[in-house]
Design a protein around this ligand. Structure first.
Ligand code: AMP
Ligand code: ZN
Length: 466
């Protein structure tokens, strides 16, 4: 059974989908006006871990991730480049999917874009107006009337007076004429200077939807009135998710989401990594420095999602060496020959249990990885002492494949050396068996000069790139 920390109830609870089989989850997606930074990617990588863990625990997943292609930043970007909104956002949608692929993030079932769902948003806004939960101003803006939604603040555990302080800090130039400072925009009236020729027609006049209603409309359209799980970064909790609840429940009268989860931030020097602070790295920046996607994935993944993670290059180097330990181990297992006494069975069972239990406890990745590293240490000793047979080696490889269905960090490709290096290593092995140490050393030197290391094993050798 998979247990998660539900932000709304603030409890660790069993994740049980409403139909008992498929977790229908909504994950707030990117605003496509720029390349995502690795802070954003931390959230998506965790959502991927969760998605994979749900399947590991025998359930199905139906995941929706929206693409926010309508907001102040995308409109500003399109106008500055003098291209259509779609032309502008297309570049960043593409880049986003490339990044997900590099990080081995599985595809969600559907990625709806706001521009394709204006009618759904308009319908929802109209229902809210009809119910008196929303109101239109003379300028053609539509606001949500927070006074009509007494449950407001239940997710972020803030009371309304605190929220008013928070909300007043967030008042933007296009949010005026409101009855109350906490009321938020559902529809923003068209302003030529700001919006150029980007607008949609609606019963409330020309304009565009607010960011929050985009998520409510698309979540309900694809997942039904009550989702199983809704998640995003912790900065989304207030006001975005609080507003999503108000709009959705104001409209349907039903609970919007059974569970809520929030990922903590990626920091740089103690501050949230963000575009506005300029303290960010994109995945592309790190790839250009020679890091691999799976190294970045490991770094983002290996700290529990409810703990802040400070980004450093030392951390990235540590991720690299942790992966190397896994790779070396897997490579060594693949070379195990038959016919040696086998005593590892019990250790495999312990590791399987440790990994599974850690994951089941609100995805305690640090404990899950620690269980694997413990296991690796023990098995290396078994191999050194010739106590691991081929059958166990294969079982371990199979177990690691299972782990990797959740982690997606292991490399499939052996670090294959060129053919002539392989041949030299083979000749060196024969020389050693024939106790021709001089030839063996000569060949080792040649391999070394070519940039490879040959390591001797009880049953042969492995070649590694230096
Ligand atoms: P945005 O494109 O700004 O709407 O953000 C997309 C997702 O990334 C949201 O779920 C945010 O909560 C999340 N996010 C933004 N900054 C960070 C950060 N520094 N660390 C982790 N997640 C973040
Ligand atoms: Zn959202």
């Amino acid at each position: 059974m998979l247990k998660i920390f539900d932000t709304k109830s603030r409890k660790v609870v069993d994740l049980i989908p409403q139909d008992g089989k498929t977790v229908r989850m909504y994950t707030c997606g990117p605003t496509v006006y720029n390349f995502p930074h690795i802070g954003n990617l931390r959230t998506y990588v965790f959502e991927d871990l969760l998605r994979r863990a749900i399947k590991f625990f025998g359930m199905n997943v139906y995941q929706v991730m929206n693409l926010t292609d309508i907001d102040d930043k995308t409109i500003k970007g399109a106008l500055a480049k003098k291209v259509s909104l779609n032309e502008f956002t297309e570049i960043y949608k593409k880049a986003f999917f490339e990044d997900l692929k590099t990080l081995e993030v599985e595809k969600a079932e559907i990625y709806p874009a706001a521009t394709d769902h204006i009618d759904d948003m308009i319908k929802m806004i109209q229902i809210l107006i009809d119910k008196g939960v929303a109101y239109k101003t003379e300028d053609g803006n539509v606001f949500f009337r927070i006074a009509k939604f007494p449950g407001y603040g239940a997710l972020s555990h803030l009371n309304l007076s605190e929220l008013k302080v928070g909300a007043s800090e967030r008042v933007r130039s296009d949010e005026y004429e409101k009855e109350s400072v906490s009321d938020f925009a559902l529809w923003k009236a068209y302003e030529k200077e700001k919006d150029g020729d980007i607008f949609w027609e609606s019963p409330f006049g020309k304009g565009r939807p607010g960011w929050h209603i985009e998520c409510s409309a698309m979540a309900i359209k694809y997942l039904g009135v009550t989702l199983d799980l809704h998640m995003g970064g912790v900065d989304n909790m207030f006001p975005h998710h609080e507003n999503e609840i108000a709009q959705s429940e104001g409209c349907t009268g039903k609970t919007f989401s059974k569970y809520w989860m929030h990922t903590e931030h990626l920091l740089v020097d103690g501050k949230k990594m963000s575009k506005s602070l300029g303290n960010f790295y994109t995945l592309r920046d790190l790839l250009a420095k020679g890091y691999k996607g799976r190294e970045v994935r490991y770094l983002l993944l290996s700290t529990h999602y409810r703990t802040q993670l400070n980004f450093t290059f030392e951390g990235l180097e540590a991720a690299r060496s942790s992966l190397r330990r896994f790779d070396d181990f897997i490579l060594r297992l693949k070379k195990i020959e038959a016919g040696i006494k086998d005593e590892a069975e019990h250790e495999i069972e312990i590791a399987k249990k440790g990994f599974r239990e850690a994951l089941s406890e609100d995805l305690n990745i640090s404990n899950a990885l620690a269980a694997l590293f413990d296991f690796i240490r023990k098995i290396h000793t078994f191999i050194d002492n010739q106590k691991l047979g081929k059958e166990s080696a294969e079982k371990i490889l199979h177990f690691f494949k299972e782990c990797d269905s959740v982690l997606a960090i292991f490399s499939d490709e052996e670090e294959s050396a060129p053919k002539e290096i392989q041949e030299k290593a083979e000749r060196r092995l024969i020389a050693r068996q024939e106790k021709d140490w001089k030839l063996a050393d000569l060949l080792r030197n040649e391999i070394d000069k070519a940039g490879y290391l040959v390591e001797d094993l009880p049953q042969g050798f492995v070649i590694k790139k230096k």
